[in-house]
Design a protein around this ligand. Structure first.
Ligand code: ZN
Length: 144
């Protein structure tokens, strides 16, 4: 079984919401699998939204010196609070502030993401991110 470790790059910085232009927060960090760099994530959320949800961009793949965005798969996910668990859905690149960045690459369209072999792992990693990134876990009111 793989062990994941989250390293927070920036816990929370003030931003402007991609979807509505209201005040929002942004954070990012790194994911290690069994000690190796495995993913980079960006997260955005707004306390001004009526519903609690976090937009995530999660690029999984190679991060060594010779690698580029072509060696990574960029998933767009949205996390929200369910009754007993965190619910995730795959979003379209147009819904994300990180649809295409030099670091993360081009975000997969939803239909492609749903059939991607890495999707199951993306959900596992995303759950680790929202539970272990302090500002996100506070926002989602997750138990410590
Ligand atoms: Zn918004």
């Amino acid at each position: 079984m793989s062990t994941y470790k989250i390293e927070v790059g920036e816990n929370r910085s003030a931003s402007t919401c991609h979807c509505c232009g209201r005040k929002s927060s942004m954070g990012h960090g790194f994911v290690y699998r069994n000690g190796d760099a495995h993913a980079v994530y960006y997260a955005g959320w707004s306390t001004d939204h009526s519903e609690v949800r976090v937009s995530l961009a999660l690029a999984i793949g190679e991060w060594d010196d010779g690698s580029s965005a072509a060696d990574r798969t960029n998933f767009g996910l949205e996390a929200r609070e369910g009754d007993e668990e965190i619910l995730f859905r795959v979003i379209e690149p147009e819904e994300s502030p990180w649809s295409s960045t030099e670091l993360l690459g081009d975000m997969l369209p939803r239909e492609k993401a749903l059939s991607a072999s890495l999707l199951d792992e993306a959900f596992i990693v995303a759950e680790q991110v929202v539970r272990n990134h302090p500002a996100i876990s506070d926002y989602l009111a997750l138990p410590k």
